[in-house]
Design a protein around this ligand. Structure first.
Ligand SMILES: *Cc1c(COP(=O)(O)O)cnc(C)c1O
Length: 429
């Protein structure tokens, strides 16, 4: 594959942007090589600056559930842009999108729109702390909730521990109140509540983990979190920034029938434009300014273009046959990849939740960060590169989810299966 123009651009970008990118995982460091620069995208395809056409399973890291440049989304945006790009005042679009979200997720009795998933989670935690008048929070190892200081935490030693900063620049004091437990480990959560029974404001969880690759919750994990938090007067926050509209039209809360107190959203609800949201029980949301005292604001929040793209996307997703077509594509892909791996004699753990998937190169079933880490990263790297050479653009890291869209037709899945077959065959012992 010729990538000479991408190479040139990357050299230039390295002088202007730290690492040549605006978000770390884009730089391909985990797989070696260098990123492709994209010129345009349509349907299931990315077109890079060298004229290569690639079948895209990153989909801007999840948002583009209808595929790139879906005609209905583009048409709505073109129409909307003539009405201006931002008002700094309320518009009917915010009500429209909020109502649509609510139809899918009735648990969001009230919603506040923000500009990113990061903003959504940090605001939801501020709110949970204010509501409970407690400071500590529990998060899970391997779950990502955006890059706010208090959530940039790694687990220290021990099974369920106090968090340590996961980045220079995050003061230890900032994460002093962030406790970390292994995913799918209710005992660890119980023991943290046992240690700090009246100090924990909230448990925040990716109800299906996507940010260590796709790891599903074991039976009873989410309902267990619901019961424990209720017992101890803490809030349960589902971070559905990725899983919202991806694992089920109503999110993981509909799929697993567990109702959190607060939910954070992003990605799909912006239809490819920058957006985030948090919402939940009215009694709690009423504390958010100006209804209540918990301050949180945004110059571009509820942006009319972002609302428009979100509305157009959810309008199409409201059609149940649309949703089932996307899931069918994801299931077909899962089967094909499993079969290709089996034929090549490569052991993988293929995980999937709705329209999200991962392929882990390990014999160990993946249930948490410890088991995910057993994946053979050299094999992943070979697989990633071979797939790219065969025209398939996967997330350039083992620890990221893949995504399927409405534009991934059976023919495109078939092409992907052929590429996977070749790629598995090329993996060295
Ligand atoms: C992507 C993501 C975020 C952060 O969203 P940004 O829009 O990138 O700030 C937070 N939580 C989860 C679960 C995510 O997948």
């Amino acid at each position: 594959m010729n990538i000479s123009r991408s190479r040139e651009l990357f050299q230039k970008a390295l002088l202007l942007l730290p690492g040549g990118v605006d978000s770390p995982v884009r730089a391909f460091r985990a797989v070696g090589g260098q990123p492709l620069f994209i010129e345009r995208a349509e349907g299931a395809y990315l077109y890079d600056v060298d004229g290569n056409r690639l079948i895209d399973y990153v989909l801007s890291w999840g948002p583009l559930i209808l595929g790139h440049a879906h005609p209905a989304v583009i048409e709505a945006l073109v129409e909307a842009i003539h009405n201006g790009t931002s008002y700094g005042a309320p518009s009917p679009l915010e009500i429209d999108l909020a109502e649509r979200i609510q139809r899918f997720m009735p648990g969001l009795e009230m919603i506040r729109f923000v500009n990113s998933g990061t903003e959504a989670t940090m605001s939801a935690i501020r709110l949970a702390r204010a509501y409970t008048r407690r400071n500590k929070i529990i998060k899970f190892e391997g779950c990502y909730h955006g890059h706010a200081d208090l959530l940039l935490v790694q687990a220290g030693s021990g099974v369920a521990t106090l968090g340590l900063p996961d980045s220079p620049g995050v003061p230890a004091d900032t994460v002093r109140d962030t406790l970390v437990a292994p995913y799918n480990d209710l005992d660890a959560v119980e023991s943290l509540f046992g240690r700090f029974p009246e100090k924990i404001a909230a448990v925040i969880v990716e109800p299906v983990a996507g940010n260590m690759g796709v790891v599903t919750p074991q039976a009873g994990f989410l309902s267990g979190l619901r019961a424990i938090t209720q017992n101890f007067g803490a809030l349960l926050i589902f971070d559905e920034v990725m899983t919202g509209f991806r694992v089920h039209p109503g999110g993981a809360q509909a799929l697993y029938q567990v109702a959190p107190d607060l939910t954070t959203l992003g990605k799909v609800i912006g239809g490819g434009l920058p957006v985030g949201a948090y919402g939940g029980k009215k009694e709690i949301m009423q504390l958010v300014a100006p209804a209540g005292p918990v301050y949180q604001a945004g110059t571009l929040a509820g942006n009319p273009l972002a609302m428009t793209a979100g509305i157009a996307t959810l309008e199409i997703l409201a059609n149940e046959t649309v949703w089932s077509r996307i899931v069918e594509a994801a299931i077909a892909l899962e089967k094909a990849v499993n079969e290709a791996a089996r034929q090549a004699g490569v052991t993988v753990q293929q995980t999937r939740a709705g329209t999200m998937f991962s392929t882990f190169f390990t014999e160990t079933p993946v249930i948490n960060w410890q088991t995910v880490k057993t994946s053979n990263l050299t094999r992943f790297k070979h697989f990633f590169k071979a797939m790219l050479e065969n025209g398939i653009y996967l997330a350039p890291s083992q620890f990221e989810a893949g995504f399927v869209s409405l534009a991934h037709t059976p023919e495109i899945i078939g092409k992907t299966a052929e590429a996977a077959h070749k790629a598995f065959m090329q993996i060295p012992e």
